[in-house]
Ligand binder design. Structure first.
Ligand SMILES: Nc1nc2c(c(=O)[nH]1)N[C@H]1C(S)=C(S)[C@@H](COP(=O)(O)OP(=O)(O)OC[C@H]3O[C@@H](n4cnc5c(=O)[nH]c(N)nc54)[C@H](O)[C@@H]3O)O[C@H]1N2
Ligand SMILES: Nc1nc2c(c(=O)[nH]1)N[C@H]1C(S)=C(S)[C@@H](COP(=O)(O)OP(=O)(O)OC[C@H]3O[C@@H](n4cnc5c(=O)[nH]c(N)nc54)[C@H](O)[C@@H]3O)O[C@H]1N2
Ligand SMILES: [Mo]
Length: 712
């Protein structure tokens, strides 16, 4: 081998190989933690990626999802060019067209719908990606439609709404400064590997980690000093029984409650009905363990609770979450180091708090249409409506199919996969019935195949974006490679469409940089925008400030009473919708016959090998779990004569899918676990579209009655 061949084989960046290292971000998962990535590029091609070593968010580490970034960008089913449908809807018959033609046709279809049915009849719906949401939101409003809807109808926002009802603010566990943490319905090893670093540090300094999860996840295996394994959806009972124990044993923080909390008497009287013996029966957790954890939480100071979407993906998930936040409230675990940290400002358009007041809300709301018909889903879910500046997309299919309270006739789907929605075939059917659909995505999906115009978006490796981080720095990324094929950045697509639609929105039409500068330059205090834009590395945001503990309590929590509310005044207004102001507990089992559908199925608890619908087609992550498979406890498998790898059917009263059995202790007896998003086994076919939490409209993804049958 020649020296040059050696260097090339080793992918050594230098003049001789022509390999350069470009710094950017991986945006494949949760936006608060996008990791720094070094991309090794030669002739415009990504050769490999690594985590950026000194990057504060990840310091060189990448998770299985991030490490697959090159395979993600080079997935074979990338949409290569703008496309126009030429065959029947769903046939997949398209022809490539130019961007100009695509914009013109998209604008023509959407404007026609607007002229015939009003702007409200067009829905602007987006999925996972967050970086372009503010721009998309503005596009919807500039067009005149109130119907901006997102995947936040199912993701993390139910947790935030619960926090806001209790504390008036979103909250986050301050693990770096705590002595004890309850990891309650949260899977840090899989979801957010950065949190695990703080958990290992907590362990090293002698702190206590308690995991409360029906699924024996990696945190339960590797970190837990105590592991409680409640039944799915029973956490409200568990938390209220703990509250009773804490109050009866005089372990609550009376001075804190006196000064900052309202509704204590009513709450106390309510939780007195939660007996330890019944708690053991309902939750399956031994009474002694419940008492031990309640005592430890109340007597270890500071202590905190770290939750996740696992808790709120239940028909009773919202109140369960409020029940455990109430525990923190009665123990005074709020707004002090090591407890729950309040979020003060609006989330920035980068979807993470940058430590300064970005002008994102003005950017969106200054063009908010007035005197329009009600936003989709908000009549049905008034609490969600009060807390969110967007529609509840779980009601979208209903409205499309029924035409009530008014018709929806067209859609712009920006990164939407119908497979993420409960009763996904019904959701797709609703989309298919629309007059006109524009869809943008990186990859060909079944949802795209049903659109009229398909627009190719690019990945974070092929475009620029600004990202603000909690640690007060900001990064203006640059494309590591040119956009593949004819793909474009999503925000360029929105600006192009805004122009073609003839919208009177100069700022949006001016494009990404102009809009971002409008929102962020003055608010962040960046003095030289062009230098920031040119910088290869993140910079400090001069106006960013670290949170000063006690500010929130000093100003008074932003609840109607100005106090922490155990009886929520916001919720009390919606008593006629059946919503209860106390964190009441109701069983969240569904209506299926428990004899026939004897298992409880939890769908979508996170797996390392997948992110929603997006990594199933990538070789490395797929190899970690090559087949769509359901986790089943060895005792259940033995009882049913099921071996590892056997083909089994999962059936609910709605539908059935066929998958492989993965016999594993991760699932408790009587419970099954199945990840969502597999093209060949879409578990959301099994979930009824109305299996929703009445408070937030969030789907009960994680608790379904299910029948399991061995096939063949
Ligand atoms: N059964 C079950 N279902 C679930 C869940 C569960 O736990 N169980 N979890 C729910 C949760 S928490 C969430 S957040 C949702 C996620 O639901 P979605 O956000 O809908 O899921 P994704 O498949 O990640 O992305 C949707 C589409 O966006 C495309 N896309 C990705 N990035 C971009 C981009 O930058 N630009 C464009 N234009 N398109 C892009 C993807 O290719 C994909 O086709 O799923 C929900 N669905
Ligand atoms: N690898 C990977 N990472 C991801 C994603 C992905 O698809 N793949 N998706 C991203 C997104 S959009 C989100 S929202 C986050 C979500 O990440 P998490 O918030 O961690 O969500 P889950 O893994 O769904 O659930 C967390 C834990 O809650 C448990 N759980 C479920 N039901 C209950 C219950 O009733 N009670 C209790 N106590 N625990 C319960 C589950 O067993 C699981 O261990 O992950 C993000 N990160
Ligand atoms: Mo999510």
């Amino acid at each position: 081998m020649t020296r040059e061949e050696c260097l090339l084989k080793g992918k050594i960046p230098c003049e001789e190989t022509g390999i350069a290292v470009k710094h950017t971000l991986c945006d494949i998962c949760s936006p608060g933690i996008h990791c720094g990535v070094d991309v090794y590029v030669k002739d415009g091609e990504m050769l490999k990626i690594e985590g950026t070593k000194p990057f504060p968010a990840n310091n060189g580490a990448l998770c299985t999802k991030g490490a697959s970034g090159r395979q993600y960008a080079y997935r074979e089913d990338r949409i290569q060019a703008p496309m126009r449908r030429v065959g029947p809807r769903g046939s997949g018959e398209f022809e490539p067209i130019s961007w100009d033609e695509a914009f013109a046709l998209a604008a023509e279809g959407l404007n026609k719908s607007k002229t015939e049915y009003g702007a409200e009849a067009t829905v602007f719906l987006c999925g996972y990606s967050k970086w372009y949401r503010t721009f998309f939101h503005r596009l919807a409003y500039s067009f005149g439609s109130p119907n901006y809807l997102t995947e936040s109808s199912a993701c993390w926002w139910a947790n935030i709404i619960a926090s806001r009802c209790v504390f008036g603010h979103s909250t986050m566990a301050d693990i770096p400064a705590t002595n004890l943490v309850l990891i309650w319905g949260n899977d840090p090893f899989t979801k957010n590997v950065h949190q695990t670093k703080f958990l290992f540090e907590l362990k090293q300094r002698g702190g206590t980690i308690i995991v409360i999860d029906p699924r024996r996840n990696a945190a339960a295996e590797q970190l837990a000093d105590i592991y409680l394994r409640p039944r799915f959806g029973s956490d409200g009972y568990l938390a209220n029984a703990m509250a009773r124990y804490i109050i009866e044993n005089d372990l609550h923080d009376k001075a804190f409650i006196e000064q900052y909390v309202t509704g204590f008497e009513e709450y106390r009287d309510y939780v007195m009905g939660f007996y330890m013996e019944t708690a053991e029966q309902v939750t399956g957790v031994p009474a002694g363990d419940i008492e031990r954890v309640a005592r430890l939480f109340a007597t270890t100071d500071p202590s905190t609770i770290s939750t996740g979407t696992g808790l709120t993906h239940h028909k009773n998930g919202f109140n369960n979450n409020r029940a455990l936040l109430s525990l923190a409230a009665i123990c005074g675990r709020f707004d002090r180091p090591g407890t729950l940290k309040p979020g003060m400002g609006p989330t920035t358009y980068c979807y993470s708090p940058g430590g300064f007041m970005s002008k994102e809300p003005q950017f969106i709301n200054s063009v908010k249409p007035k005197n329009v018909r009600p936003t989709i889903g908000l009549n049905r879910f008034p609490l969600f409506a009060e807390m969110m500046n967007e529609g509840q997309s779980m009601d979208l299919a209903n409205q499309i199919l029924s035409g009530e309270p008014y018709p929806v006739k067209s859609a712009f789907l920006a990164g939407v996969n119908h497979m993420m929605y409960p009763d996904s075939p019904r959701f797709l059917k609703a989309l298919q019935s629309l007059d006109f659909i524009v869809a943008s995505d990186i990859f060909w999906t079944e949802s795209c195949r049903n659109a009229d115009i398909v627009l190719p978006a690019c990945t974070s490796y092929e475009r620029s974006e600004i990202k603000c981080y909690v640690n007060k720095f900001m990064f203006y990324t640059k494309p590591a490679i040119p956009p593949r094929f004819e793909s474009r950045s999503d925000v360029d697509i929105f600006s192009g469409l805004a122009k073609a639609l003839g919208l009177e929105d100069e700022l949006l039409c001016a494009g990404y940089d102009a809009c971002a500068r409008w929102m962020l330059e003055e608010s962040s205090g960046i003095k030289d925008w062009e230098a920031f834009k040119a910088s290869e590395k993140p910079v400090i945001a001069p106006n960013a400030k670290a949170y000063e503990w006690g500010t929130c309590l000093g100003q008074g929590p932003r609840t109607p009473s100005g106090k922490i509310e155990l009886v929520s005044q916001v919720i009390a207004k919606y008593a006629d919708h059946g919503l209860e102001a106390l964190p009441t507990y109701h069983d969240s089992d569904d209506d299926a016959d428990p004899e026939e559908y004897s298992f409880v199925l939890a769908t979508g608890c996170r797996n390392h090998n997948a992110i929603h619908s997006r990594l199933h087609n990538c070789q490395w992550p797929r190899s970690l779990r090559p087949e769509a498979s359901v986790d089943i406890n060895p005792a259940d498998a033995k009882r049913l004569g099921i071996q590892q790898g056997d083909t089994v059917e999962l059936r609910t009263p709605l539908n059935a899918i066929t998958v492989k059995a993965n016999v594993s202790l991760i699932a408790n007896e009587g419970e099954l676990l199945m990840f969502h998003g597999y093209p060949e086994a879409d578990v959301n076919r099994l979930i009824h579209a109305d299996h929703l939490d009445p408070y937030t409209g969030f789907p009960g993804y994680k608790q379904l009655r299910c029948k399991l049958t061995k096939m063949g």
